[in-house]
Design a protein around this ligand. Structure first.
Ligand code: G16
Length: 548
């Protein structure tokens, strides 16, 4: 494409998607995320970048998802998906940030400069899949994405309202048809089909029952489960709530993030005591479980619990199938409850890697294992299998003895049920239900596997959250000066105390995490650390208060 045709890049920007704000915006933990009103020009420009990326990847399809996931309704965001269905390669985040922040007048020259820098052959075809969540601002932003793709003569394909993981899946399938069909229906066929297959091989035993309450966060995940529910043939009895009707607001007092952070059940419905509830987030990429005990106390089964449940079952099946010599490992972040890490390393004897927050970091680390199970405590995660692992399991299914074949076939179904591209609440829900059924567990049995250390998460507003720097997978704070030594002093006062702080990559806040031997102690430690952040990192607004 001759540089003169880049004129249209400017024309679209000026006429349709002008940059109307000077607020600096950065590609964060999961793409750009801020108030929807500040995003139109950013999304348009990411359409341009997606086309350039597609050409650098020889015309393979790139994805663009319009979503702010767990954030509240007024926010929105955009993230790019690479050809394997994984998050955008990190080295391109700087290009994305540069392109998003230049003035309209400099857009044409910056686009040209980026094309040269990455050596994109603009004569190649380019393909971009575009999906969006249920936010009322999403269609307008999706239209800006389409214009960005068209401005550089790429081919956009719109998927309408889909979960983030469905779009990741379709991108992967489009570039690798051995993975499945690149459509929403193709996703259901593979993931739900594998679940139905496996359920026919397992009988419902022990304390497991097939009823599952679901909190859909008033987002897209619940809507998709409503479609899936009709085809489940009674294998699982989904009782769906918070589907977006009756004035329910996206992620407001419901959804995986609310349940995990506030340690309260979702509002909008009540589940009977001891009944397990699966809570999704707004774009269907996170999942946590909970139940209310006889005294109506909420018991949380978070991402750490899902990781341990899946890892222990897969380990057992691998051993029973005779597919030996494969390395299975688990990846967590600093948010993982200390008790879960102890249980995984000491009881399950599975190696654990700790990385920075963000699925992109976990996914990358998980790929170094033959079978990599990764989960953030907030419920974001999946399992990835190397080609060698898949080959070994297939061979066991073909050549093993009767018992080995049985286990290998269960594993093959589990692999098909897994969306290996990214954390996926729907796929994870079917995986969890499979393991609970296979083991005959109810939610209480699952919780009894280990005892969480009480913990608390808080948010602190500061003038500029980027004054906080961290190291050692975010477990140590290297700036501002004095903050880490203050945290160390505070932690020292508590039995089993641990705390860390880090700037959020999706909200304009600093996050504080603390755990200790009692809930009261964890709450107090978190509040004290929050005060230290406020004092030493330029607190803004209201000062955090210590619990009574
Ligand atoms: C995104 C990321 C997650 C991360 C979360 C919170 O989730 O994909 O990996 O844990 O943000 O990140 P932070 O603490 O930096 O705000 P989601 O579900 O919001 O897309």
């Amino acid at each position: 494409m001759p540089p003169s045709s880049l004129r249209v890049v400017y024309a679209f920007a000026r006429e349709m998607h002008p940059k109307t704000t000077d607020v600096f915006i950065q590609y964060g933990t999961a793409g750009f995320r801020t108030k929807a009103s500040l995003l139109e020009h950013v999304v348009y420009r990411m359409g341009l970048l997606a086309v350039i990326r597609s050409r650098v990847k020889n015309g393979r399809t790139i994805g663009m998802m319009i979503t702010a996931s767990h954030n509240l309704e007024p926010d929105n965001g955009v993230k790019l998906i690479d050809p394997h269905g994984e998050m955008l390669e990190q080295s391109w985040e700087e290009l994305a940030t540069r392109l998003a922040n230049v003035s309209d007048n400099d857009l044409e020259s910056t686009t040209e400069q980026i094309i040269k820098e990455v050596n994109a052959d603009m004569g190649l075809k380019a393909s971009v899949f575009i999906g969006m969540d249920t936010r009322y601002t999403s269609p307008r932003l999706a239209a800006a994405a389409v214009h960005g793709v068209m401005a550089l003569k790429g081919t956009p394909k719109e998927f309408g309202i889909v979960t983030t993981p469905i779009l990741h899946y379709c991108v992967r399938c489009r570039n690798d048809n051995s993975y499945g069909k690149p459509t929403e229906e193709g996703y259901y066929e593979k993931i739900v089909g594998a679940f139905k297959n496996i359920r026919q091989k397992l009988s419902v035993t022990g304390n497991y029952n097939t009823i599952l309450y679901v909190d859909g966060a008033n987002g897209v995940g619940g809507k998709k489960l409503n479609i899936i529910k009709k085809g489940l043939d009674g294998e699982l009895d989904l009782v769906l709530h918070n589907l977006g009707g009756n004035g329910g607001k996206l992620n407001l007092n419901c959804g995986a993030d609310y349940v995990k952070v506030s340690q309260k059940p979702a509002t909008g419905f009540e589940a009977p005591p001891l009944q397990r509830v699966a809570s999704l987030d707004g774009d269907g990429d996170r999942l946590v479980y909970y139940y209310l005990d006889q005294n109506e106390n909420m018991k949380l089964l978070d991402g750490d619990r899902i990781a341990t449940l899946l890892a222990s079952y897969i380990t057992e099946l691998l051993a029973a199938s005779g597919a030996l010599g494969l390395r299975l490992g688990l990846v967590q972040t600093a948010y993982a409850n200390g008790a879960s890490t102890k249980y995984i390393t000491q009881k399950l004897k599975i190696p654990v890697t700790c990385v920075k927050t963000g699925v992109k970091h976990l996914h990358h680390a998980a790929l170094s294992y033959d079978v990599g199970v990764y989960f953030e405590a907030n419920g974001h995660g999946t399992v990835v299998y190397s080609d060698a692992a898949k080959r070994a399991v297939r061979e066991a299914a073909d050549t093993g003895d009767v018992e080995q074949r049985k286990s290998a076939e269960l594993l093959l179904d589990l692999i098909d049920m897994t969306n290996e591209t990214v954390g996926d609440a729907i796929s994870d829900l079917f995986l969890v239900e499979t393991v609970l059924c296979a083991r005959g567990l109810d939610a209480r049995d699952w919780l009894a596997q280990y005892t969480d250390l009480p913990c608390r998460q808080l948010k602190v507003t500061v003038q500029d959250r980027n004054v906080i720097s961290t190291a050692d997978a975010e477990r140590k704070c290297t700036a501002p000066e004095g903050l880490q030594s203050r945290i160390d002093e505070l932690v020292d006062k508590y039995t089993d105390g641990r705390a860390f702080v880090r700037p959020s990559g999706t909200e304009d806040v600093v996050r504080v995490y603390a755990e200790a031997d009692t809930q009261q102690a964890a709450d107090k430690l978190a509040a004290e650390v929050a005060q230290a952040v406020f004092d030493l990192a330029g607190g803004a607004g209201e000062r955090p208060v210590l619990p009574e």
